[in-house]
Structures are given as structure tokens and as C-alpha cells.
Design a protein. Sequence first.
Length: 305
Amino acid sequence: MNRKTLNGVACAVAAGALWGLVFLVPELGRDFTPLELAVGRYCVYGLIASVLLVPRWPRLRTELGPRDWWALCRLSLLGNTLYFILLAQAVQQGGIAMTSLVIGFLPVAVTLIGSRDQHAPPLRRLAPSLLCGLAGVACIAWESMSDGAARQGIVGLLCAVGALAAWTAYAVGNSRHLARLSRVSAHDWNLAYGVTTGLQALLLVPLAWLLDDGSHQAADWWRLLAISTGIALAASIGGNAFWNRMSRLLPLTMVGQMILFETLFALLYGFLWEQRFPTTGETVALVLVVTSVLLCVHAHRGRAH
């Protein structure tokens, strides 16, 4: 494995570890609606990004054109606002395990879309990785459905599928747009991404206020602020920065496989939250998922970016 690929995988692991925390937020703030959780998280994210962007703005404004800002708005809606609302609803309805296993299909979806890109390995070389990934997700799905949790959360399952679709569109669009913007650093792109997301969250504040049931006390709102600040710093600032860096180091077909690290960490955090060890089926699934990533890395050895 060359140094560029190794660095890309390391960035993917870091992004997955930070993004996995997102799956805990709906449990930590279960008394808040997914819309309120999204607005809180992204208002803080937008504020932090705006402050960090101020000294870099004179240069960035000349590097990003109207087309880039429209792309940022679209990607912010898909990869942040819509994705997180659907994910939070899925976790609250169906649990962390069910949600993470559905999101685990993302590598398959992105890999299939990216298989037509230049320098992408042929599908026959990616087949072992894809089959292992599917087998791993199938094991987790079997474990989750064995207790009837998925049947009780059909709405949650549909929301998870919707989150999967939104994030697939974001992953593909973000990777391809970054590939065309060699003049803009991944950090600056992440900050601009945060600003557009924050503006979207501000537009949603009135709706979130109208839909609130009025039962929250002052301590509850402070707790929401603490959760929003923590996840904004960890996932939205740190996780996105690692992901954007990785997107420039790895080809699109490999980018899709790297999101499996988010699934692994989300499951790990879920087990810790529920204070239990993984079952035999879940352990087998985790081994298959890791094997899938390693096989994907092997399929890209010697390939040009």
C-alpha cells in the first residue's frame, strides 16, 4: 500500500470514529425532536465555521464561484440537514443498530456509482469486497430483526433508507466536486460547507420553535446546547475535515468503502450505550465488514488516483 492510500485510510478511520458519535445524539436528546436536534447542532456548527472562516474569507471569496456556492448549498442539505433529521428519526424509532446497518449499505451504493469513474477498478475486482460488505450487513440485519425491533419501527426503517439515499448523493457529489477544486483546501471547503449548513439551520428555527411541545425547562435547553456544541466540534468540524482530506487521497470507489468505519464505530458506541457485548452474529458481521474494507484497499493497490 502506498503512502497516499495509507494516509487516506487513516483519515477515514478518524472520520468514522467522530461521525459514529452522531448515532448517540438522538438517544442523548430523546426528549427533543429530530428537527430540534438538527437545528441545534448545525446552528452551532455554522457559528463555529463562520468564526474560523473570517481570516480566510478574502482569499476564499475569489476561489469559490456561484456554481461552487450552489453546490455547497445542495451538499449541505443532502449530507447534513436532511441526512441528520432522517437519521435521528430512525434512531429514535428503530434504534442505533438498525440505523447503522442500513447506513452500512452506503459503501455498496457509492462503489457501484463510482465504478464508472476513470481509474476505478473493474467490478470483478471489487466483487469480493462488495460481497463481504453485504454479508456483514446481512448478519447485523438478522441480529436486529430477530427481536422484532425492526418490525416495530417501520417508520424508523424508512427514515434510515431515506438517510442512506441522501448520504449516497452527498458522498458522490462531494468527492467529485472536490476533485475539480484543487485550488481550495479541504479545510476551507469544510468551513464554507459549515456556513451554508448553518444558514439552512437558521431558516428552520421558526419551524422547530412552532413544533416544540413547550415541555422543556431551562436545564433541558442547556443540555441541548451542550450536546449540539460537542457534536458540532467532533463530527461536523473534525469528522468532515478528515473526510474531505480522505476524499482527495482516495478514488471514489474506495471512498464508498471507507464509510464502513462509521458503521463500525456507531455499533461500538451503541453497545457501550446499551452496556452489553456484541452477540456472536454481530461479531461475525464486524469481521466481515473489516475484511470488506481490506479487500477494497487491496483492489486499489497500484491504481492511479
